[in-house]
Design a protein around this ligand. Structure first.
Ligand SMILES: [Zn+2]
Length: 241
C-alpha cells in the first residue's frame, strides 16, 4: 500500500513511535489532563485538536462537568496552537451521569470557539443524531462549515444532510463492517472520506489505518493506493485547506 497514509482521528501523544508510513495524523486531547502533553508535542505530521468531553473518560464522575466554566480560560488559550477543536459532541450512552442537554450545551460552546478561531470541528456522536443535526444546522446557518464526523455511523439520510452543511466523515475498519455504514457510503462524496484509527497506541496505529484504507477502497470500488491518496488529500483539505 502507498506510503501516503493519514489518520484523521487518534489519541496518540507519543510521536516517537509513529510509523514513517503515516504522513499525517490528527491527535485529540479530550480532558484537561491530556491538553498539556499534546500542546508540547511537535511534529510537522501532527495536527492538534483539543476538546472537553469528560463523558468519554474512563471513571468520569458527574462532577467533572461542573469544572468546565472554570477551565475555559486555559481551554481557550490552547487554540492559538490548534488545528481543530474537539473531539466534542453528544454520547447518549453516558446520559445518566452526563445529561444530553448539558453535553449539547458544551458542544455548542465548542462550535462558537471554532468560529472565533476559524478551526474545523471534530465530532463524536452516539445516539442523539437528530439533536446533533439541529445544533450543527443552527451553527452553519445558510452556509457550509468544516467539521468531521469521526467513526461515522450515521444513516444515509443523515450523511446527506451533513454533507450539505460541509461535513467530512472518517472511518475505521470497525465502522466499515456495519451494514448501516455500507448503506450510507454512497451518500458521501469521495472528497469527504477520511481514514482513522481512534487509537491511543502508536504501535497499533499503522495496522489500523491500513485496514481502514483497505476497507474504504473495497467499499467505494477503488484500489488501496487510490484510497490512500484520496483520504490523504481529504485530510489535507480538512486541516490545511
Ligand atoms: Zn476518539
Amino acid at each position: 500500500m502507498s506510503a501516503y497514509l493519514t489518520d484523521a482521528h487518534c489519541h496518540i501523544s507519543d510521536l516517537a513511535k509513529i510509523s514513517d508510513k503515516i504522513a499525517g495524523l490528527c491527535s485529540s486531547a479530550c480532558f484537561p489532563e491530556e491538553w498539556e502533553a499534546l500542546s508540547k508535542a511537535d511534529s510537522r505530521k501532527l495536527k492538534k485538536t483539543y476538546g472537553f468531553f469528560p463523558a468519554l473518560k474512563i471513571g468520569a464522575q458527574p462532577g467533572d462537568i461542573t469544572e468546565w466554566e472554570s477551565l475555559m480560560p486555559d481551554f481557550a488559550r490552547l487554540f492559538n496552537d490548534a488545528d481543530a477543536i474537539g473531539e466534542t459532541g453528544i454520547d447518549e450512552r453516558f446520559s445518566k451521569n452526563f445529561p444530553v442537554e448539558i453535553q449539547a450545551d458544551i458542544f455548542s460552546k465548542h462550535l462558537s470557539l471554532a468560529d472565533d478561531f476559524k478551526l474545523p470541528v471534530i465530532i463524536h456522536c452516539v445516539g442523539a443524531w437528530g439533536l446533533l443535526l439541529d445544533i450543527i444546522r443552527k451553527w452553519t446557518g445558510k452556509g457550509e462549515k468544516k467539521f468531521l464526523i469521526h467513526a461515522a455511523k450515521c444513516s444515509a439520510e443523515l450523511c446527506s444532510e451533513f454533507v450539505k452543511l460541509g461535513g467530512f466523515f472518517s472511518f475505521g475498519a470497525r465502522e466499515l463492517n456495519l451494514r448501516r455504514v455500507l448503506v450510507a457510503m454512497p451518500s458521501i462524496p469521495k472528497n469527504r472520506i477520511l481514514s482513522e484509527s481512534d487509537s491511543a497506541e502508536a504501535s497499533e496505529q499503522l495496522a489500523m489505518v491500513e485496514s481502514a484504507v483497505g476497507r474504504i477502497a473495497e467499499t467505494i470500488g477503488i484500489s488501496a493506493d487510490e484510497a490512500a491518496a484520496l483520504t490523504s488529500d481529504n485530510f489535507n483539505e480538512l486541516f490545511c485547506g
